[in-house]
Design a protein around this ligand. Structure first.
Ligand code: HAM
Length: 424
């Protein structure tokens, strides 16, 4: 066993018991998106590295140290496994002129890749579902995206997921703010740690959400971005808050919330659970009105979010959620000359009629096969021996109730099995 190959660190197998919960969850999510008028988009896992550098920002954690980047030697180009899907979605919208006939509501789901230090709730391959509303300017879409998350948590029966909200203004407002912020941090440089000092000039707003108490102390007295916001920014933010209040979705204003990706402007938000330990953010998003132009497209606004599937599934498990497994209706037992072919064909007939049927495979005597039938969870065993074969029949033996077994003609078996299952 010692030389058996294992999964790559930070990348998980989702085994059948858990996969059933995922499948159910994905169904709920797809239906929920449809109810809000979002349509799915599927983009490749691999993109040109430049896409993420330009969209997420060259001096972010993701681009500086977390991307799975390699050179495709065959055509000598740098490719990256997507660390998120907003950049890809906007790229696709530009490439296919998706906004030519008006704004679009899009959603996606799938694996993302970040070379982070793995811990509970933080993986190197993880899954997101996300929404991107493209071409909408007003705060009503920001509000819609947030309110729909609240509705999803409710539908999933998840409690205690709170909303933090902030605005980071326009790039011009941020530039003025940034200059004063850097001045403030420089005046207190002795109290900053190495990470904060490094970010001081490259990405000073990220210093605001440092986890280090000494840095937090300096951040607490930093200038307030709200004071730098113009009328349009404030109106957008207040409009959003009014809609959230009208929808009775509570939120906390967090002026330190700046998010880890550079494409945002105006609205930013996170949904956080205290039940997940250090990795409690289950969903994050915001507005990115500059991204289309940044990626070479015609300017258009955008706003969206992405949620972490592993974290939400962990919350579902903690809440005791499990989904009933679909057990087979019937297990096909066969023994004797010619019976395998007969049972094999019968299984196909029954499945075509909508039944879940497991064919015994791998040999073994009648007794051993009946044991397998029982262990499969099937409601009945369908037994084909040489007698049944000769008579064009099947013996139907109930496995979960005391009804007697019966011999049934092969023609019409699907119908009879349906009636039999209905009665039990
Ligand atoms: P993000 O905050 O980087 O945003 O990721 C969104 C969510 O993905 C996080 O809140 C978390 O639940 C999950 N997540 C992130 N990294 C990991 C990880 N290593 N392991 C497990 N889960 C993780 C974005 O990705 C943006 N694209 C969101 C967005 C869409 N903004 C606008 N539109």
């Amino acid at each position: 066993m010692s030389d058996a190959i294992q999964a790559v660190r930070g990348m998980n197998d989702v085994l059948p018991d858990e996969a059933e919960l995922w499948l159910w969850f994905e169904g709920v999510v797809a239906d929920w998106f449809a109810r809000y008028g979002y349509r799915q988009v599927r983009t490749p896992l691999l993109e040109h590295t430049g896409l993420f550098r330009r969209a997420i920002g060259a001096v972010t954690d993701i681009v500086e140290k977390e991307m799975y980047t390699f050179t495709d030697a065959l055509n000598d180009e740098s490719l990256t496994l997507r660390p998120e899907a907003t950049a890809s979605t906007v790229r696709a919208a530009i490439e296919h002129s998706l906004l030519y006939d008006g704004p679009k509501r899009l959603w996606y789901q799938g694996p993302m890749y970040r070379h982070e230090r793995p811990q509970k709730g933080r993986y190197r391959e993880f899954h997101q579902f996300g929404a991107e509303a493209l071409g909408f300017d007003g705060p009503e879409v920001d509000a819609e995206l947030i309110v729909m998350c609240a509705a999803l948590w409710k539908e999933l029966g998840l409690e205690g997921i709170r909303l933090e909200l902030n605005t980071i203004g326009s790039p011009q407002e941020r530039a003025a703010y940034r200059a004063d912020l850097v001045r403030h941090f420089e005046a207190n440089e002795a109290k900053l740690d190495a990470d904060a000092r490094r970010r001081l000039h490259s990405n000073p707003m990220r210093v605001l959400d440092s986890k280090n108490p000494a840095v937090q102390e300096v951040a607490a007295t930093a200038p307030d971005l709200m004071k730098y916001l113009g009328e349009a920014s404030l109106a957008h933010f207040l409009g959003l808050q009014r809609l959230l209040k009208a929808a009775a979705v509570p939120f906390t204003l967090n002026p330190r919330l700046v998010r880890g990706l550079d494409y945002y402007n105006f609205t930013v938000f996170e949904w956080i659970s205290d039940r997940l330990g250090a990795q409690g953010t289950v969903c994050g998003g915001g507005r990115y009105d500059g991204l289309f132009a940044q990626l070479g497209g015609k300017p258009a606004s955008g706003v969206g979010f992405a949620a972490g599937v592993e974290r939400l599934v962990a919350l579902l498990r903690d809440a005791g959620r499990s989904v009933p497994r679909r057990l087979p209706d019937a297990y096909l037992v066969h023994q004797g000359e010619g019976t395998l072919d007969y049972a094999f064909a019968l299984g196909e007939e029954l499945r075509a009629a909508g039944h879940a049927v497991v064919l015994h495979a791998g040999g073994g005597g009648f007794k051993a096969q009946m044991k397998k039938a029982d262990a499969s969870g099937a409601r009945v065993a369908l037994i084909v021996g040489e007698d049944e074969l000769g008579a064009g029949a099947v013996t139907l033996k109930p496995l979960r109730d005391a009804r007697p077994q019966a011999r049934v003609a092969r023609a019409g078996l699907a119908r009879q099995l349906k009636d039999f299952l209905k009665e039990s």
